[in-house]
Design a protein around this ligand. Structure first.
Ligand code: PRP
Ligand code: ADE
Length: 205
Protein backbone atom coordinates (compact mmCIF):
# COMPACT_ATOMS: atom_id res chain seq x y z
CA UNK A 1 0.00 0.00 0.00
CA UNK A 2 2.72 2.53 0.91
CA UNK A 3 6.26 2.38 -0.36
CA UNK A 4 8.15 1.72 2.83
CA UNK A 5 7.81 -1.92 3.91
CA UNK A 6 8.04 -3.04 7.48
CA UNK A 7 4.50 -3.44 8.85
CA UNK A 8 2.16 -5.04 6.31
CA UNK A 9 -1.42 -3.81 6.36
CA UNK A 10 -4.42 -5.33 4.58
CA UNK A 11 -8.00 -4.09 4.94
CA UNK A 12 -11.20 -6.08 4.98
CA UNK A 13 -14.76 -4.93 5.11
CA UNK A 14 -16.39 -7.76 7.02
CA UNK A 15 -19.56 -8.00 4.96
CA UNK A 16 -18.43 -8.40 1.36
CA UNK A 17 -21.03 -7.75 -1.33
CA UNK A 18 -21.00 -9.83 -4.49
CA UNK A 19 -19.60 -7.73 -7.32
CA UNK A 20 -21.83 -8.04 -10.36
CA UNK A 21 -19.27 -6.23 -12.49
CA UNK A 22 -16.60 -8.83 -11.80
CA UNK A 23 -18.98 -11.69 -12.52
CA UNK A 24 -20.20 -9.96 -15.71
CA UNK A 25 -16.58 -9.36 -16.77
CA UNK A 26 -15.68 -13.02 -16.35
CA UNK A 27 -18.80 -14.10 -18.24
CA UNK A 28 -18.08 -11.62 -21.05
CA UNK A 29 -14.48 -12.82 -21.18
CA UNK A 30 -15.63 -16.49 -21.45
CA UNK A 31 -18.16 -15.51 -24.14
CA UNK A 32 -15.49 -13.62 -26.13
CA UNK A 33 -13.09 -16.58 -25.84
CA UNK A 34 -15.83 -18.99 -26.94
CA UNK A 35 -16.59 -16.77 -29.95
CA UNK A 36 -12.89 -16.69 -30.86
CA UNK A 37 -12.72 -20.51 -30.66
CA UNK A 38 -15.80 -20.87 -32.86
CA UNK A 39 -14.29 -18.52 -35.45
CA UNK A 40 -11.05 -20.55 -35.66
CA UNK A 41 -13.04 -23.80 -35.99
CA UNK A 42 -14.94 -22.66 -39.09
CA UNK A 43 -11.88 -21.01 -40.77
CA UNK A 44 -9.72 -24.12 -41.26
CA UNK A 45 -10.33 -26.96 -38.89
CA UNK A 46 -7.33 -29.02 -40.10
CA UNK A 47 -4.62 -26.32 -40.27
CA UNK A 48 -5.33 -24.36 -37.11
CA UNK A 49 -4.01 -25.80 -33.86
CA UNK A 50 -6.66 -26.75 -31.36
CA UNK A 51 -7.71 -23.57 -29.53
CA UNK A 52 -7.27 -23.35 -25.81
CA UNK A 53 -10.68 -23.82 -24.20
CA UNK A 54 -12.17 -20.64 -22.75
CA UNK A 55 -11.37 -20.07 -19.08
CA UNK A 56 -14.08 -21.34 -16.76
CA UNK A 57 -16.17 -18.52 -15.33
CA UNK A 58 -14.85 -17.39 -11.96
CA UNK A 59 -16.72 -19.34 -9.27
CA UNK A 60 -18.69 -17.03 -7.01
CA UNK A 61 -18.81 -17.99 -3.36
CA UNK A 62 -22.47 -18.97 -2.73
CA UNK A 63 -22.24 -17.52 0.80
CA UNK A 64 -21.94 -13.98 -0.56
CA UNK A 65 -25.55 -13.80 -1.71
CA UNK A 66 -26.81 -14.77 1.76
CA UNK A 67 -24.57 -12.14 3.34
CA UNK A 68 -25.72 -9.49 0.88
CA UNK A 69 -29.38 -10.39 1.45
CA UNK A 70 -28.97 -10.09 5.22
CA UNK A 71 -27.80 -6.46 5.05
CA UNK A 72 -30.70 -4.01 5.19
CA UNK A 73 -30.41 -0.75 3.28
CA UNK A 74 -32.17 2.12 5.07
CA UNK A 75 -32.58 5.25 2.93
CA UNK A 76 -31.96 8.65 4.51
CA UNK A 77 -30.44 7.41 7.76
CA UNK A 78 -29.01 9.01 9.84
CA UNK A 79 -29.64 11.98 7.57
CA UNK A 80 -31.14 12.84 4.17
CA UNK A 81 -29.26 11.32 1.22
CA UNK A 82 -27.40 8.59 3.13
CA UNK A 83 -28.19 4.99 2.12
CA UNK A 84 -27.42 3.29 5.42
CA UNK A 85 -26.22 -0.33 5.21
CA UNK A 86 -27.49 -1.92 8.40
CA UNK A 87 -25.66 -5.12 9.39
CA UNK A 88 -27.82 -5.86 12.45
CA UNK A 89 -30.15 -8.27 10.55
CA UNK A 90 -27.06 -10.28 9.58
CA UNK A 91 -26.07 -10.54 13.26
CA UNK A 92 -29.48 -12.04 14.04
CA UNK A 93 -28.73 -14.97 11.73
CA UNK A 94 -25.87 -17.02 13.25
CA UNK A 95 -25.27 -19.04 10.09
CA UNK A 96 -24.85 -15.93 7.93
CA UNK A 97 -22.80 -14.16 10.61
CA UNK A 98 -20.53 -17.23 10.69
CA UNK A 99 -20.25 -17.21 6.88
CA UNK A 100 -19.08 -13.56 6.99
CA UNK A 101 -16.39 -14.42 9.54
CA UNK A 102 -15.40 -17.71 7.88
CA UNK A 103 -14.75 -16.09 4.48
CA UNK A 104 -12.06 -13.90 6.00
CA UNK A 105 -10.66 -16.64 8.21
CA UNK A 106 -10.25 -18.86 5.14
CA UNK A 107 -8.58 -16.03 3.22
CA UNK A 108 -6.13 -14.89 5.91
CA UNK A 109 -5.33 -18.05 7.89
CA UNK A 110 -1.69 -19.07 7.43
CA UNK A 111 -0.62 -15.64 6.15
CA UNK A 112 1.52 -14.77 9.18
CA UNK A 113 -0.86 -12.04 10.34
CA UNK A 114 0.20 -11.05 13.84
CA UNK A 115 -2.64 -8.66 14.62
CA UNK A 116 -6.19 -7.84 13.61
CA UNK A 117 -7.00 -4.15 14.14
CA UNK A 118 -10.75 -3.60 14.51
CA UNK A 119 -12.26 -0.17 13.92
CA UNK A 120 -14.77 1.02 16.56
CA UNK A 121 -17.56 0.16 16.73
CA UNK A 122 -18.60 -2.28 14.05
CA UNK A 123 -15.08 -3.60 13.44
CA UNK A 124 -15.30 -4.88 17.03
CA UNK A 125 -18.15 -7.19 15.97
CA UNK A 126 -16.18 -9.08 13.31
CA UNK A 127 -12.52 -8.43 14.18
CA UNK A 128 -12.13 -10.48 17.40
CA UNK A 129 -13.77 -13.58 15.87
CA UNK A 130 -11.40 -13.40 12.90
CA UNK A 131 -8.40 -12.74 15.16
CA UNK A 132 -9.09 -15.75 17.39
CA UNK A 133 -9.63 -18.05 14.43
CA UNK A 134 -6.37 -17.09 12.70
CA UNK A 135 -4.34 -17.00 15.92
CA UNK A 136 -3.70 -13.25 15.91
CA UNK A 137 -3.91 -10.65 18.65
CA UNK A 138 -6.74 -8.11 18.52
CA UNK A 139 -6.09 -4.37 18.60
CA UNK A 140 -9.04 -2.01 19.10
CA UNK A 141 -8.79 1.22 17.10
CA UNK A 142 -10.93 3.38 19.34
CA UNK A 143 -12.82 6.65 19.22
CA UNK A 144 -11.26 9.47 21.34
CA UNK A 145 -10.89 9.40 25.12
CA UNK A 146 -11.59 5.66 25.50
CA UNK A 147 -8.05 4.29 25.86
CA UNK A 148 -6.31 4.90 29.21
CA UNK A 149 -2.70 4.54 28.07
CA UNK A 150 -0.49 6.60 25.78
CA UNK A 151 -2.17 6.86 22.37
CA UNK A 152 -1.53 7.96 18.81
CA UNK A 153 -4.44 9.61 16.97
CA UNK A 154 -5.76 10.21 13.47
CA UNK A 155 -8.65 12.53 12.58
CA UNK A 156 -10.79 11.88 9.49
CA UNK A 157 -13.87 13.07 7.59
CA UNK A 158 -17.04 10.91 7.45
CA UNK A 159 -20.13 11.00 5.19
CA UNK A 160 -21.79 12.68 8.13
CA UNK A 161 -19.23 14.59 10.24
CA UNK A 162 -15.65 14.11 11.39
CA UNK A 163 -14.17 11.65 13.83
CA UNK A 164 -10.88 10.41 15.25
CA UNK A 165 -9.29 7.00 15.83
CA UNK A 166 -6.77 6.18 18.53
CA UNK A 167 -4.50 3.23 19.24
CA UNK A 168 -2.35 2.39 22.24
CA UNK A 169 1.34 2.99 21.64
CA UNK A 170 3.13 -0.37 21.68
CA UNK A 171 0.13 -2.44 20.54
CA UNK A 172 2.06 -3.44 17.43
CA UNK A 173 5.69 -4.47 17.25
CA UNK A 174 7.76 -3.21 14.30
CA UNK A 175 7.51 -5.59 11.35
CA UNK A 176 4.23 -7.21 12.40
CA UNK A 177 1.57 -7.86 9.76
CA UNK A 178 -1.76 -6.25 10.55
CA UNK A 179 -5.19 -6.94 9.07
CA UNK A 180 -7.61 -4.00 9.46
CA UNK A 181 -11.25 -5.08 9.84
CA UNK A 182 -14.44 -3.03 9.65
CA UNK A 183 -18.01 -3.70 8.54
CA UNK A 184 -17.98 -1.48 5.44
CA UNK A 185 -16.20 1.19 3.45
CA UNK A 186 -18.20 4.26 2.34
CA UNK A 187 -15.93 7.23 1.55
CA UNK A 188 -12.87 5.32 2.74
CA UNK A 189 -12.03 8.09 5.21
CA UNK A 190 -12.09 5.77 8.20
CA UNK A 191 -9.95 3.17 6.47
CA UNK A 192 -7.39 5.80 5.42
CA UNK A 193 -7.25 7.07 9.00
CA UNK A 194 -6.64 3.51 10.24
CA UNK A 195 -3.84 3.04 7.71
CA UNK A 196 -2.29 6.39 8.69
CA UNK A 197 -2.58 5.42 12.34
CA UNK A 198 -0.67 2.21 11.78
CA UNK A 199 1.68 3.96 9.38
CA UNK A 200 2.63 6.69 11.82
CA UNK A 201 4.87 4.28 13.67
CA UNK A 202 5.01 1.33 11.30
CA UNK A 203 5.62 1.04 7.62
CA UNK A 204 3.03 -0.17 5.11
CA UNK A 205 3.12 -2.35 2.03
O1 PRP B 1 -15.72 4.84 4.62
P1 PRP B 1 -16.26 5.84 5.58
O2 PRP B 1 -16.97 6.98 4.91
O3 PRP B 1 -15.20 6.35 6.50
O4 PRP B 1 -17.39 5.14 6.46
C1 PRP B 1 -17.26 3.85 6.98
C2 PRP B 1 -17.24 3.88 8.47
O5 PRP B 1 -18.47 4.44 8.97
C3 PRP B 1 -19.06 3.51 9.88
O6 PRP B 1 -18.70 3.74 11.18
P2 PRP B 1 -19.22 4.99 12.02
O7 PRP B 1 -18.19 6.07 11.98
O8 PRP B 1 -20.59 5.36 11.58
O9 PRP B 1 -19.17 4.50 13.50
P3 PRP B 1 -19.86 3.29 14.28
O10 PRP B 1 -19.24 2.02 13.78
O11 PRP B 1 -19.44 3.61 15.67
O12 PRP B 1 -21.34 3.35 14.06
C4 PRP B 1 -18.56 2.17 9.44
O13 PRP B 1 -18.65 1.21 10.47
C5 PRP B 1 -17.16 2.47 9.02
O14 PRP B 1 -16.25 2.47 10.13
N1 ADE C 1 -23.77 4.28 4.11
C1 ADE C 1 -23.43 3.83 5.32
N2 ADE C 1 -24.06 2.77 5.88
C2 ADE C 1 -23.72 2.33 7.10
N3 ADE C 1 -22.77 2.87 7.84
C3 ADE C 1 -22.10 3.91 7.31
N4 ADE C 1 -21.10 4.65 7.79
C4 ADE C 1 -20.79 5.58 6.88
N5 ADE C 1 -21.58 5.49 5.81
C5 ADE C 1 -22.41 4.44 6.05
Amino acid sequence: MGEEANCNVAMESAAPKENGHTTGGAAAEAKAAAAACAEIAVTDAAAVPKPTPPPAAVAVDPRLQGISDAIRVVPHFPKQGIMFNDITPLLLRPGVFKDAVDIFVERYRGMAIAAVAGIEARGFIFGPAIALAIGAKFIPLRKPKKLPGEVISETYVLEYGTDCLQMHVGAIEPGERVLIVDDLVATGGTLCAAIRLLGTHYFLI
